[in-house]
Design a protein around this ligand. Structure first.
Ligand code: G6P
Length: 583
């Protein structure tokens, strides 16, 4: 949450900063701000999107400055407002911050005792004030003192009024340093940087980066250390919409390509990984859609491998008492690799010496770096806040891991070979989803039901719909609806049923009849044509390992078309951020 960028070098800082903020807008977009430093420092801020900020930059007298920092915000401490927007300046110190300071009240009390006056309600202003309090001209010494007393997570870019350099420091929040030709960059992820350079550096907790107009110095314990310069494979065109109206639609349409790439490499890539059957228990831990991908994994692993699987949301897992009394593998699933709760769950397992496997999209991320084993999703950058292509690949990996356990055979290998094409055909049926969307977009409540693996898919269908269309939606295990929730069913209320598991399809159909009898408008998504269903989408029937990969895009496309008809801001839904780096 929140995106930060910084620039120092031979060109105007403002151009990278605005461009970079636009790339990071998915991380938060309730307000934004920029600080530029030439002979003097100037800060501008605005409420709302980056475009609002852009309208103001011509007012800046230091517009040609070659040093600057900027921020796009997802509010934690303090409402979205111009005053609470970053950068925050106290005395000689101006900062942008992604993260959350936990002992803010303690720090603030000390500062109030020193008669410091605060303008905003943010923890970041307190942080700026505490840095300013200790600042004596020696940056490294000051930062060492301050970060011994500050608790919480932070990625910070800092400008000191009396210095010509730019500083960065991080703990539990992501930060990348870009190494260009006579220009150096700070960003919350690699995307803003790739248009300018493919070379980057990572900094670790406790290290301080000093960016000058001629290079980057990294210090640990005040001593200069050597850092490797890495190369990213992310391309500049990955940032573009390529003619699609929304990133979400572009990313759904990329699913067949990235699925094929995954299938082509997968078995070779994991040939040296231990089999799941080496473990007596598996814990799958994740948040949001990644959790629902994990639930699909749980259904498949338990059904086909006889291994006990616990699938739990990371924000609970990190605090629950977890009994690791058997040989356990903890699988962390995360698109960003930076979700704070999932990182905490990973560290909890590692502390107990439990094997950890990360299924992660962003290779440079914390989860990828700290886990014992990694399967990279390789979906490429995902810009739309609502995850689609990364989720599909997470689901595909669940199926592939399970398929590997039972032993490969020709029939399923052939099916796997045809999967990307089948997926493409499903996505291409756009008119069908548009028609369906027209029938439901005016409703304000929509339910999804399913059993077992179909329930796991229903959860994702419901989440996708509500997050981008703002229609209230819930997913239920089909048999559970009648224990209370059925009282909410009214005439014309849409109820989606996912029906792909032949063993329990009759049961779900009976539950669907129960809601139909109470006036619901029912919509079936299945892998067989079911009689007497007015509204249904039928996808090709494949083995259970791969079936979700063909159902989920239907749910994604329906959510997309509904949100479009409702005129929603599809790529940047309100209140959300793609990368949730606070707990
Ligand atoms: C946010 C996103 C979701 C995502 C979840 C977990 O809530 O909006 O789309 O599923 O975080 O993110 P991760 O990066 O760990 O997969």
């Amino acid at each position: 949450m929140c995106g930060i960028v910084g620039y120092i070098g031979k060109n105007r800082a403002i151009d990278f900063l605005i461009d970079g903020l636009k790339c990071l807008e998915y991380r938060g977009y309730d307000s934004a701000g920029i600080a530029l430093k030439d002979k003097k420092m100037q800060v501008i801020k605005s409420l709302g999107r980056i475009s609002e900020l852009e309208n103001k930059i011509n007012e800046m007298s230091v517009i040609d400055a070659k040093l600057g920092i900027a921020h796009t915000r997802w509010a934690t401490h303090g409402v979205p407002s111009e005053i609470n927007a970053h950068p925050h300046t106290v005395g000689k110190v101006t900062i942008v911050h992604n993260g959350i300071i936990e002992n803010v009240e303690f720090l603030k009390k000390q500062l109030l005792d020193d008669n410091v006056l605060f303008k905003s309600e943010t923890d970041t202003e307190v942080l700026a004030a505490i840095i300013n309090k200790y600042y004596d001209g020696d940056v490294l010494g000051t930062l060492e003192k301050v970060f011994n007393i500050v608790r919480g997570s932070y990625a910070l870019a800092i400008i000191f009024e009396d210095k010509d350099e730019l500083y960065a420091i991080r703990k539990d929040s992501p930060l990348i340093l870009g190494v260009g030709d006579g220009e150096y960059f700070i960003a919350s992820d690699i995307i803003p940087i790739v248009k300018y350079t493919n070379q980057y550096m990572l900094i670790e907790e406790g290290e301080v980066a000093e960016l000058t107009s001629s290079g980057i110095n990294i210090y640990f314990n005040r001593k200069k250390i050597k850092k490797d310069i890495l190369k990213t494979s992310v391309m500049s065109q990955d940032r573009e919409k390529c003619g699609y109206k929304h990133y979400m639609l572009k990313e759904i349409n990329e699913e067949p390509i990235v699925l094929k790439q995954l299938i082509d490499k997968f078995f070779d890539y994991i040939k040296d990984f231990p089999k799941l059957s080496c473990y007596e228990e598996i814990h799958i831990v994740a948040c949001g859609s990644a959790l629902y991908a994990g639930m699909i994994g749980k259904c498949l692993f338990e059904e086909y491998t006889n291994i006990k699987v616990i699938c739990e949301v990371a924000s609970e897992y990190r605090y629950n008492r977890v009994l690791y009394d058997r040989k356990t593998l903890v699988i962390l699933i995360s698109q960003s690799g930076e979700t704070a709760d999932t990182i905490a769950a990973l560290r909890k397992a590692k502390k107990e010496n439990i094997d950890t496997l990360a299924i992660v999209n962003v290779k440079e991320s914390t989860i990828a770096r700290e886990s014992d084993m990694q399967i990279y999703i390789e979906a490429g950058p995902e810009i739309a806040v609502a995850t689609t292509k990364a989720y599909i690949l997470q689901v595909a990996i669940m199926g592939l891991l399970c398929y590997r356990e039972i032993g490969r055979n020709e029939k399923l290998d052939n099916e796997l070979g045809r999967l990307p094409r089948m997926l493409k055909e499903i996505i291409d049926h756009r008119d069908e989803y548009k028609k369906l969307a027209k029938k439901i977009f005016n409703n304000e409540d929509i339910f999804f039901i399913g059993r077992k693996i179909d329930y796991a898919m229903a959860l994702e269908g419901s989440l996708k719909l509500k997050e981008i269309s703002y229609i209230h939606s819930e997913a239920y295990q089909a048999g559970e609806l009648k224990h209370g929730t059925i009282s909410l069913i009214e005439d014309d209320m849409p109820v989606f049923a996912i029906i792909t598991d032949p063993d329990i399809s009759d049961k779900t159909l009976s539950n669907l009849e129960e809601v139909k009898a109470r006036g619901a408008k029912t919509i079936v998504i299945s892998n067989e044509l079911i009689n007497d269903q007015l509204l249904q989408v039928v996808v090709p029937k494949v083995s259970a390992f791969f079936q979700p990969v063909l159902v989920v895009p239907v749910l994604q496309m329906i959510a997309y078309e509904v949100a479009k008809l409702r005129g929603c801001d599809i790529d940047k839904p309100k209140n959300l951020a793609k990368s949730v780096t606070v707990e």
